[in-house]
Structures are given as C-alpha cells and as structure tokens.
Design a protein around this ligand. Structure first.
Ligand code: NAD
Length: 485
C-alpha cells in the first residue's frame, strides 16, 4: 500500500483544511531515509487569527450542550481511531520514525483510550451542594474557554488526544500547535473529531515553530495553555501565560532514576531498563535514564543487559519485525552524539553501542554507559535519545539521596523483591509518576505529570478535570439580608 502523506492543507481550522503559503516552509522528513515526504507551511498571523476566532465561536455553542452529548462525540472519535489504527500507526511511523511495532500499540490506541475515558467521564462532571443551615451554596463546574495545546515531537497523536479529550469533555475548544518536526498526526485527530460530530472550530490545528506557539499563548482570548516540551520552553511559556494570568499545564523533561536492588529479579529489572531507555529510541520524557544498580548485582545486570540488547532488531521502522528505529531528526541525533562524546570524555565506561549506523536515516545504536558518576554530564542532563547511564550504589539511603539530587522530578522506578522496601523507597522519591517492578506504564486512568522542574499539573485520569475546568460558587440566601445600615 502506498501512502499519500501530503495533507490537503497545512492547518485544520473551522472543520476544514486551509493553507497560507506565505508562511515559512516546514519540510516533513522520514527519519528512516532522510527523504522529504510532505511540505507544510507555518501559520501566518492571519491563520492564527482564523483559528482563534473559530475556536471562540465554537466554544460558546459546545459549552451549551449537555455533557453527555459532548461525551458521545469523544467516544465516537475513539471508535473511529481504533478502526483506523493501522493507517494512523503508519502515519505516526512516517511522522516520527518510531517502529510500526510500537506505533500499532502505543499511539492511536492511547489517543483512543483518552477520548474514550474522558468521553465516558463527561456526563459525571458536576458541581456540589454545600449546606449552610438554612442557606446553601451550589457549585457549577464551568469550562475555561479557548485553550491552547502545544506538542512535542515524540508522541504527536497521543499528545494531541491527551490534551484535546479532557479539554473538550469539559466544554472547552482548542487550538493545537504540533511540533514543527512532526506536524502530520494531529491533523488526522482533527479530521476524526469532525467526522465523529465535533462542531467546526472546536479542535483546530495550526502549524509552526516556537513563534506561532508564543503568539497563541499571549492572545487575550486564550484561557489556558497546556505544553508538552522541554524545561527551557516551559519556562518561557509559563512566564508568558502568567502575564495574562492564564491556567497552565506543563509536561516537561526529566532525568528519572530507576533503582535496582540486589534482591530484584534481574531479567525484570533489565526489561524495565530496556523499556525505560530504548523504547521509541529513548525519546520518552519519563525514561529512567539514571539506572542505579546495587553493587552486588551490577556486573550480572550489565552482562544480562548486553546479552538482551543483541536481540534488538534495528531497521526499517515500517517493517513490523523492527524493534528499534531511528532518532526523530538529524538535529536530535547530533545532540545525542554530543552527549555520547561527553560520556566518553568524562570517563564513563562505554559498555555497548555509541555509534551512528552506516545506513540512511538518523540511526544511533542503543548505548549503555557504566561506572557513571553523579557529576557527569550524561547523569545530569536530559539526553532524549537511546543512552542509558548505569550508576552503582551501596545502601538504600544513599540511592534515595542521589536519585533525588536533580532539578527534575517526572518519574522514578524501583526494582526489588522486598515489597515493603519498594513502597518505602517510592514514598521518598520526589517524582510524579512512579513504578514498582515496572517502568513507563501510562494508563489513562492514572494521573501523569511531574514535580519540581518537570512540570505543573496532571494529564489523564480524573485529576486532569481540575486542570481543564473551574468552579463557580453560588451562595443562596433563603431569608432576609441583614445589612448594618
Ligand atoms: P521543545 O521544548 O523544543 O518544543 C515543544 C513545543 O514547544 C514545540 O511545539 C515548539 O514549537 C514549541 N515552542 C518552542 N518555543 C516556544 C515558545 N516560546 N512559545 C510557545 N511554544 C514554543 O521540545 P521538543 O524538542 O519538541 O520535545 C522534547 C522535550 O519534550 C523533552 O524535554 C521531553 O522530555 C519533553 N516531553 C515531555 C513530556 C511530558 O509529558 N512530560 C512528553 C514528551 C516530551
């Protein structure tokens, strides 16, 4: 089957594709070959204006629907996404370079989970009655209004759905700006929402670099900004949103610890470390990139890890047998190569990998460093690529202190056979998304998000509702008003 990857327009506004070729060109490159597969244009101010005006208009009517009717649109969209999972997964693979083996089970499916979950939840979103003797207060859960979503490039379908689903369920409209590196998938989410019955203008997609995102964030019509991106971008977006006193959700980067105690099942711990460092070629915000292994099992852990890494099938991401694909872009590959060079220069032991593959596309080998110390660059900075740092430790207390010695706090994991230790240690790790004898699961039913510099707010679960709605309280006096004069 051949795919025409060029969309009918760069942007999706008011229920239709639109374009303005005056905007800067955005080439879409297939990471596995380096070939250009589509060309889009960044939004001009006129396009941004169209999108915000359409969202503002649609939001007013959408908020008047009963929540159950809103939910029905979302659950229908979830069903369409599941029916088209194969084609959406192929598109995700072209957009990101991630292997089809992954995209078939992790992208449109996870987007559909969010649409289904929040579609189901919509009808149960209510206020409360607060008795005050004769008088009483009731609260009304209201939408925020026009919301902006800004995405990173690693999970373009999932990020669009994780933001759109709770936002729309609560009665908001959205203008979504995908990453300029992966602009294709969010357009399909918009098409599917329209097909499922979402009114024109409810979910709009505008393309562009940071400036387009910045122009959305500062627009006075926008009530909320949800960003998935890096900490430096988060700082800028949060500050700009603060100026207009807007609500924010910040899903930012991490340098998460995974603690492997000497009583852990080694194969499970190695499996967790592989998932938490090499899935999506390591381009996952919550990855456990600092793997602290207790000294007694360090060499056994490294030996088993090296053995299992030989099983990675590196190749064409469109081949379902491939389990490890290219980096998203040449730029990201170059950044990661720089970190690998620093790891070597600063004295870490390169156990395996470290090289670019001699083939087209942006392929780096799965890379493991051992004997990494806390002060090395590869142990401190987010790499966002297939590079695992293995550090060793003696005691539980030491591991906890060192694991927490970072400005980030997105995720953390513990592998141990001693469950009371598992809970005790997780209780002391400063992170938002934690795992015991597992790593990187992100079911829509559970809150997802970080502490410290890794972010503000939570996506998924009932917790997300608080970030996409606000309460109005209404005091009702049953008797006379007693005024002093
Ligand atoms: P990035 O910060 O470079 O860009 C993110 C988005 O912000 C892009 O759409 C970009 O165009 C936009 N942007 C840039 N400057 C802007 C500005 N001034 N105003 C408004 N928008 C602006 O991040 P990236 O390289 O696309 O993605 C990788 C980063 O994302 C990593 O740090 C990773 O950890 C993080 N991430 C976090 C999560 C999470 O849920 N916590 C998930 C995925 C990725």
């Amino acid at each position: 089957m051949t795919y025409d990857l060029q969309p009918a327009g760069s942007h999706y506004i008011d229920g239709a594709y639109v374009d303005d070729t005056a905007g800067a060109e955005i080439p879409v490159i297939f990471a596995a070959t380096g070939a250009r597969i589509a060309t889009l244009h960044a939004a001009t101010p006129a396009i941004v204006e169209q999108a915000l005006a359409a969202a503002e208009k649609a939001q007013a009517d959408w908020a008047k629907l009963s929540p159950r009717e809103r939910g029905r649109v979302l659950t229908r969209a979830a069903q369409i996404m599941r029916e088209r999972n194969y084609d959406l997964s192929v598109l995700e693979t072209y957009d990101t370079g991630k292997p089809l083996q992954e995209t078939l089970v992790a992208d449109a499916t996870s987007g559909a989970d969010a649409l289904e979950y929040f579609g189901g939840l919509a009808a149960s979103l209510t206020g409360e009655h607060i008795p005050l003797g004769e008088d009483w207060v009731y609260t009304i859960r209201e939408p925020l209004g026009v919301c902006v979503g800004i995405g990173a490039w690693n999970y373009p379908t999932q990020i669009a759905c994780w933001k759109a689903a709770p936002a729309l369920a609560c009665g908001n409209a959205m203008v979504f700006k995908p990453s300029e590196t992966t602009p294709l998938c969010a357009l399909k989410v918009a098409e599917i929402l329209t097909e499922a019955g979402a009114p024109a203008g409810l979910f709009n997609v505008v393309q562009g670099m940071g400036e387009v995102g910045a122009s959305l964030v500062t627009d006075p019509r926008v009530a909320k900004v949800s960003l998935t991106g890096s900490v430096p971008t988060g700082r800028k977006v949060y500050a700009a949103a603060a100026d207009g006193m807007k609500h924010v959700t910040m899903e930012l980067g991490g340098k998460s610890p995974m603690l492997v105690f000497d009583d852990a099942d080694i194969d499970n711990a190695v499996g967790g470390a592989i998932l938490g460092n090499f899935y999506s070629s390591g381009q996952i915000c919550s990855n456990g990139t600092r793997v602290f292994v207790q000294k007694g099992i360090k060499e056994a852990f490294l030996a088993r890890l090296s053995e299992r890494l030989k099983g990675a099938v590196i190749g064409d991401p469109l081949d379902e047998a491939t389990s490890f694909g290219p980096m998203v872009s040449e730029q990201q590959m170059t950044i990661v190569q720089g970190f690998i060079e620093k790891g070597v220069a600063e004295g870490a032991r390169l156990v395996t990998g470290g090289k670019r593959l001699d083939r087209d596309g942006w392929y780096l080998e799965p890379t493991v460093f051992a004997d990494v110390t806390d002060d090395m660059t590869i142990a401190r900075e987010e790499i966002f690529g297939p590079v695992m740092s293995v550090l060793d430790f003696d005691t539980e207390e030491e591991a906890i202190t060192r694991a927490n010695a970072t400005e980030y706090g997105l995720a953390a994991g513990v592998f141990t056979a001693d469950l009371s230790r598992g809970h005790r240690v997780i209780g002391k790790l400063k992170a938002g998304s934690c795992f015991i004898n597992s790593y990187n699961d992100a079911p829509v039913e559970a809150p997802f998000g970080g502490v410290k510099m890794s972010g503000v707010g939570r996506e998924n679960s009932k917790a997300a509702i608080e970030h996409w709605s606000q309460m109005k309280s209404v005091y009702v006096r049953m008797g006379d008003v007693e005024a002093p004069f």
